[in-house]
Design a binder for this molecule. Structure first.
Ligand code: AMP
Length: 367
């Protein structure tokens, strides 16, 4: 293990970002604003983040030599995606500081570990049962009572690797649909709103959270985040407190996204934690326009050992993802008053692909 660089990392230091998608791109832009270099590691020859970074090391996530070369050139490394193989994280951590830590990734990558962790931390995931074989689904369904969702333990995101089950007769189809792999069965939570908290913890243990946003999904993909969320203040406060508990329990450094269901009247509710994302998060993009220090800068500050910045919200915002060919309307969107347009520089438009987002900002009202 190389000696960790003294903190805070001064301007001119290099922050390594594994993953060169839009999150890596916005992290690199934030790093540049603070006078830090961003080095991107990505297997793609021209990932979106490389266009705005100091350096791009191209290599596979199991290429130990390329990872070592990348890690040796940076004073801290971080990730923009959570499906980081444990061996990749270990290869990087052998040569430089890794923030957040490998345990946070291990927990967030496995829905069963994640739910067990949440329960140990005193928080409520959706009621669930771990599933190892098809035969376990029917009894688990009976135990949960009512409709449920079968989700792969690992490598599921944006609604992928999931199958809804209304009754025991659908167990076989659902098991086949997720690829007959270890899974969790979750009760369908009768939520009236989905919300998320983007929060951060510094190397010194300081915690800061952005105002919770309200999220709408379509086909399992985030469509829109609205801030303020328009939910009771006590609910928002509980969500922020839950995010803080998660950060402390993981001894976490960096930005985290915590997704919740709000289900008033549900037993064990009203707040259920759906998912932890150990990284900057799509539902935090609104912070770029509506806060002095946005989630990307906050993450860079945290991992570089800087003090956390002021994330107070000075505007109301609605962030809408531009998915697939919606980004073709860029010229009209660019002409809209109050609209901040972000395009990720992805050459190929594919259905379901996040091509950019647009944030509409208005002066802050109460709430
Ligand atoms: P996930 O990939 O687990 O975040 O799920 C994607 C979306 O599916 C969520 O944002 C919800 O809209 C919906 N969903 C997932 N799990 C549940 C659940 N237990 N109850 C109700 N809706 C769910």
């Amino acid at each position: 293990m190389a000696e960790a660089a003294p903190l805070p990392l001064p301007p001119g230091s290099a922050v390594g970002i594994l993953g060169g998608g839009q999150l890596g791109r916005m992290l690199a832009i934030a790093a540049a604003r603070l006078g830090l270099e961003a080095h991107i590691y990505d297997p793609d020859p021209a990932p979106p983040a490389a266009a705005v970074a100091t350096r791009h090391v191209q290599g596979a996530y199991d290429d130990a030599a390329a990872l070592a070369r990348f890690a040796a050139g940076v004073q801290v490394a971080t990730f923009e995606f959570e499906s980081v193989p444990a061996a990749t994280a270990a290869a990087v951590a052998a040569h430089t500081a890794l923030r957040p830590n490998a345990r946070a990734f291990a927990i967030a990558q496995d829905r069963a570990l994640e739910k067990a962790f949440l329960e140990e931390t005193g928080l409520a995931p959706a009621p669930w049962v771990a599933i190892e074989a098809e035969a376990e689904i029917a009894p688990a369904l009976a135990r949960l009572g009512g409709a449920a969702i079968l989700k792969t333990r690992r490598l599921g995101y944006d609604g992928k690797g999931q199958a809804r089950i209304a009754g025991a007769e659908e167990a076989g189809t659902a098991w086949a649909a997720i690829g007959a792999v270890p899974a969790v069965l979750e009760r369908v939570v009768p939520f009236t709103a989905e919300l998320s908290v983007i929060a951060a913890r510094g190397v010194d243990g300081a915690v800061a959270a952005y105002d919770p946003g309200r999220n709408e999904h379509a086909d399992g993909i985030l469509r829109r985040t609205t801030i303020p969320a328009g939910l009771p203040a006590s609910v928002l406060q509980d969500a922020v407190l839950a995010a803080g508990r998660i950060l402390r329990a993981l001894d976490y450094v960096g930005v985290i996204g915590v997704e919740f269901f709000f289900a008033p009247g549900a037993s064990g509710g009203p707040l259920f934690v759906n998912e932890i994302a150990p990284r900057v998060h799509n539902t935090g993009h609104w912070t770029i326009e509506a806060c002095a220090v946005d989630q990307f800068e906050q993450h860079i500050r945290a991992v570089a050992g800087w003090p956390l910045g002021d994330g107070a919200r000075h505007a109301d915002a609605v962030m809408t993802n531009l998915i697939g060919d919606e980004a073709a309307a860029w010229a009209e969107l660019a002409a809209e008053p109050g609209a901040a347009l972000h395009l990720y520089g992805k050459a190929e438009i594919r259905p379901g692909r996040k091509m950019g987002h647009v944030t509409h900002v208005t002066p802050r009202r109460a709430g």
